[in-house]
Structure formats: C-alpha cells, structure tokens
Design a protein around this ligand. Structure first.
Ligand code: ATP
Length: 306
C-alpha cells in the first residue's frame, strides 16, 4: 500500500504546487479557455453606453454541430430587472451566460445588449459592461485590497472600503491583523467560501457593470452565511440588470421573471407565484427542494439534540 501511497502523495503535492502558480494566472487561464474563433469584427466599435437591456432572440447554439444545446431560446430583461434561469442539470443554463460574454457565437438568432448585437462590438467593451459573481471565486495571491480593487484599477482606498461595506465584508477585513493589506489566496490567508464570495461581490460593486451575472453556488452554505451573501447580492443587483443562473432555487423567489429551461428549450416562464400556481416543472422542483431543506434541517436538529 505504501508503494501506491507515495506516488499519489507526490502527485498531490505537485498538483497543489501547480495550482498555486495558476491562481496568479486566473485571467490568463480564463482567456486560454476561450475559443480562438471568436474574434472582433474588423473595425468593430465599442459597445455604446445604455441602460442595460438584455435580449436573447431565438438563440440556437451547440458546442458541436451534431448536438444542439439551445434550441431557440428567447427572453428580454428590461433595464434594472432580474431574470432567473432554472432547470435540471445540463439544461443549458451556464451556456446562456457564456453566449452573453461571447465566449462562443450563436448558430442562429442573436444576443443583444442595449440593442447592439454582441458580435458587432469589441469583446473588451462587452466584457467590461458585464460583471460576474461566480460560483467559486479564485482569489489572487495578493492583498485583500488588490483583490477588491481589481474590479476597478485605480480605485481609491475610500472606494474600496465603501464597496467592502456594501458587500458586508468590511467588518471581517477590519478584524484581520493586517486589515486590507492581509495577503490572501493559496499562499496567504485562506478565506471561507462565503468570505471569498463577498470579496467577489465587493469587486463587482467597484466595477459597476450595467449587467450582472450571478452564477449561483451549487454547494450549500450554512444558513447565516447564505443570508449574508444574499443581502450583499441584493445590494449589488438592485436597479441593475441581473441574470441569475440558479442551480438551487432559494435565490429566485424575488426575480421579476423566472424561465425554466429543459433540454435547451424554455418550458415555463413567469414569476415565482405564477409558476407555483401552474403546478408544473418549477413547482415540482420547488417542492423537492423544500423537502430536501426540511430533511436537512431535521437531521441537523437531531444531531444538535444528541
Ligand atoms: P448545471 O446546472 O449542471 O451547471 P447547466 O444547465 O448550466 O447545468 P450547461 O453547462 O449549460 O448546463 O451545459 C449544457 C450542455 O452542454 C451539457 O450537456 C454539457 O455537457 C454541454 N457542454 C457544456 N460545456 C461544453 C463544452 N465546452 N463542450 C461541449 N459540451 C459542453
């Protein structure tokens, strides 16, 4: 067994070393994952300013020609409103956000931001208009301040602190020995998932994008952390066009519109109350989730009592 264990151990060590190096290169890593074929149209202008209207117009798309993932998806998010996309795993939810960022081009239909087709503007201007709070934030091996200010290079200390306060991470930072100069990331202080996410929210608040994409965490956070994050997210999404990619349903209740995606097609749409009333796929998903939450709470209570 020891013979097997040793190489595995070394492998694990090597993996951690490589991962540490890569954390510094998050941006490069992201760029590398982007397909080369998506290029700016010759002489493409920057995205014009606007209030942040987002439209998907009968969008069709497949990663490969033989397998269509989105089969004619249409929706409109008016400026300042929130649209949540729910649906079973593999339905195509994350694919929608990738098309918005133009990591890929649609095969048919169009993605429009403030009336401009994303294929007609520069990718850099498009991406600077969109902020994302990802499921799993990777922090740079640098200070907390750097990690927040990354959202807006040149931000002043006051702006960084104001964003941290809105994201409800300021009090936590103040309690650290070196405050905003505390080193974080793989080689520094390890933050919890909830803390990292609030740093990401502060970064996004500073960036002040006209469209926000919330890629909701699949991993369950404890109730208090979840409430804190939800409060921070509500602040950043207030009056900002927001697309929620919902892997769980807890955050979609207040969305202005929910679309239920199944197998690349929108099968239901409406707000939470309307969809519950329909008694369809969404209502079923909601019921199952409520049961799962109740069962988890009962198990936790039983454990606490033991
Ligand atoms: P989940 O809730 O599990 O995250 P999702 O609804 O976000 O799922 P997508 O990530 O959009 O689903 O994936 C939709 C389909 O596209 C899946 O069948 C997936 O396997 C496939 N897919 C995703 N990314 C790629 C890719 N880069 N190349 C080929 N197929 C892909």
């Amino acid at each position: 067994l020891i013979q097997l264990y040793m190489p595995l151990n070394i492998l694990g060590f090597a993996y951690r070393e490589i991962k540490q190096g890569l954390t510094d290169m998050e941006e490069m890593f992201r760029l590398m994952r982007q397909p080369r074929e998506v290029e700016d149209a010759p002489g493409a202008p920057a995205l014009r300013p606007g209030p942040g209207e987002l439209v998907f117009e009968d969008v069709r798309f497949g990663y490969r020609p033989d397998r269509e993932i989105l089969k004619g998806v249409s929706f409109r998010v008016p400026p300042g409103r929130t649209l949540a996309i729910v649906g079973p795993t593999g339905a195509g939810k994350s694919t929608i956000s990738r098309l918005l960022f133009r990591f890929y081009d649609v095969t048919d239909g169009a993605v429009l931001v403030d009336g401009q087709d994303v294929r007609d503007v520069t990718q850099s201007s498009l991406r600077s208009a969109i902020g994302v709070v990802p499921q799993d934030t990777v922090l740079f091996n640098d200070t907390i301040r750097y990690n927040i200010a990354y959202g807006r290079p040149g931000a002043t200390d006051e702006e960084v602190v104001a964003a941290a306060k809105l994201a409800q991470v300021h009090d936590f930072v103040e309690r650290l020995p070196d405050g905003y100069r505390t080193m974080v990331g793989e080689r520094g202080l390890k933050l919890s998932g909830g803390e990292k996410q609030r740093v990401a929210i502060a970064r996004t608040i500073l960036k002040d994008p006209r469209i926000l994409v919330l890629d909701e965490a699949t991993s369950a956070l404890d109730t208090r952390t979840e409430q804190e994050i939800q409060a921070a997210l509500n602040r950043v999404s207030a009056n900002r066009t927001t697309l929620v990619i919902a892997h769980r349903l807890s955050t979609v209740v207040d969305a202005d519109e929910i679309i239920v995606l199944q197998d690349g097609t929108v099968v239901e749409r409406g707000n939470h109350g309307a969809l519950i009333g329909q008694g369809g796929l969404y209502a079923g998903m909601w019921q199952r989730q409520a049961q799962a939450v109740a069962a988890a709470e009962a198990a936790a209570a039983a454990q606490a009592a033991a």
